[in-house]
Design a protein around this ligand. Structure first.
Ligand SMILES: Nc1ncnc2c1ncn2[C@@H]1O[C@H](COP(=O)(O)OP(=O)(O)O)[C@@H](O)[C@H]1O
Ligand SMILES: [Mg+2]
Length: 223
């Protein structure tokens, strides 16, 4: 299997501050399920932001889905984002839009016809068991339901890479287990690679996964 993510002597920093991650090396293969763990403030979100190219590479090399992110052009970055689905702790839904329209968003950006966007959104809403909420608005839903909408949105354009930053951070145990189940099934449904930052691993995931731990600017695999 080929590496979908490969970091070589990678440094990540905000502005000219001391780097958050220093000279790190790691690889993630296509279709793997990988956890990024570490204490609060260790750099988990920073690493994920670099993977979806929200944060630039300070130094070294970071390849994602065949794109070198060090010095990537805006055009290529947009292309990369079409292959990526991102899920956040605070869902980041558009509260003024219906659930259905939120899920249609990545497809609308990709330029599909309204009819196709709607059909795909409803397929995904069925998958996350929210068909009955399609015409509701995010703030009329529970946190767990909002995260399922965010999951549907992240999957809508069949991304090859799913990135989730503390996806269960705001959820109770039951809603968390539903989200883990959905994330676990992502690979069998669309065959995506899944990278999840969390400070709390699920008790049992039921699939093979690898885990990295970030500490003091370094990343190490946990065996
Ligand atoms: N936009 C930013 N500008 C400057 N520093 C930041 C920014 N975002 C995060 N940091 C700093 O980077 C470090 C790692 O933060 P973060 O990646 O959010 O950690 P984690 O997700 O593991 O809790 C922290 O010291 C934090 O203060
Ligand atoms: Mg974080």
């Amino acid at each position: 299997m080929t590496d979908i993510i490969q970091a070589n002597d990678l440094y990540l920093a905000y502005n000219n501050d001391e780097p958050i991650l220093k000279n790190i090396n790691f690889g993630i293969k296509s279709k793997e399920f990988v956890f990024i763990t570490g204490k609060s403030g260790s750099g988990k979100s920073t690493l994920l932001k670099s993977l979806y190219s929200e944060l630039g590479v300070a130094q070294g090399s970071l390849k994602v889905a065949g794109f070198e992110l060090n010095g990537i052009s805006k055009q290529k970055r947009n292309l990369l984002r079409k292959h990526t689905g991102v899920i956040f702790q605070d869902y980041k839904l558009i509260n003024e839009w219906s659930v259905e329209k939120n899920v249609m968003l990545p497809l609308m950006i990709a330029g599909y016809s309204k009819k196709i966007c709607k059909a795909q959104a409803n397929k995904l809403l069925h998958h996350v068991k929210l068909s009955h909420k399609a015409h509701r608005y995010p703030l009329e839903l529970s946190g767990g339901e909002q995260q399922r909408v965010a999951m549907a949105r992240a999957l809508a354009h069949n991304p090859i890479l799913i990135i989730a930053d503390e996806p269960t951070g705001n959820l109770d145990e039951y809603s968390s287990s539903v989200i883990w189940e959905l994330l676990k099934n992502v690979r069998s449904h669309v065959g995506s690679t899944v990278v999840v930052a969390t400070h709390k691993l699920p008790l049992s995931l039921g699939v093979n996964y690898r885990q990295y731990y970030i500490n003091e600017g370094q990343i190490d695999e946990v065996h």
